[in-house]
Design a protein around this ligand. Sequence first.
Ligand code: NDP
Length: 276
Amino acid sequence: MITLKGAEVSVKIKEQVQEILAGHDGPAPKLAIVRVGENPDDMSYERGAMKKMEAFGLRVQSYVFPADMEDGAFKEAFKAINEDEDVNGILLLRPLPKQICEKDIENMIDPRKDLDGISPANIAKVFAGDTEGFAPCTAEAVIEVLKANEIPISGKKVTIVGRSMVVGKPLSMLMLKENATVTICHTRTADLPCECRQAEILVAAAGRAKMLNGDYVGQDAIVIDVGINVDENGKLCGDVDFDTITDKASMATPVPGGVGAVTTAVLAKHLARTIR
Ligand code: NDP
């Protein structure tokens, strides 16, 4: 089984970013990372995103607000970032604390700065197959992993486990755009192992540590693991029980070191695209 490494895909995306920026005068585009509170997962994602922007020659600034900030005060602060001409793109770390209405922020964010595809305008574009907007970075990262490794998608049977608005649903639309035949699974799927075994490309985005073992993988399938979980020993792991699929899958992404590393590279590519 071949391990599909995220770092190698990230290098290819860096080249694309450099091509987009070639000949661009003036300061590099700037990402604003907006965080409310001190959630360790958010802070870890923020550190990774900051490192990636800097490595790709892009500007980044994080805006941190207290966890108990009032809805009105946050909206005022967010509006200022949204309207700041020096800010080209925004990454909002979610979920927000419950006193802040997340829906309102999704409606407020300028779609041209909405790099992670949370605004209704960008979601509509993803569902319409219009590539001019911004798709959620993780969903697009799955497509990037396949393309960077020259894995054909057109005509393939793709099964996605998970139907969230962040990963499963937008990814199903991106796969359709690539002419895959898509099956979406969730907690009410009647026979999940059977659905998964049909897949030529299996994408795990359920958020359940090591849930998909070798019984879920068809012979020679390609397995993309989006999950980021912590196992019983406190170690980072995916949704796939990696050691049990090595005789079945032809290729698979590891966790860590797989899709996660590509997600921030896609974010950087989206930021670079704001200059056009
Ligand atoms: P959600 O919890 O929002 O969605 C999980 C989805 O998986 C739901 O649709 C749920 O079904 C389905 N699901 C959960 N358990 C099962 C099960 N036992 N059988 C079948 N389906 C199941 O998670 P997200 O989409 O936000 O994230 C998914 C995973 O991806 C997480 O581990 C998360 O940490 C990771 N992630 C990784 C990123 C990266 O950069 N690599 C970025 C974002 C997320 P139902 O709808 O029926 O409840």
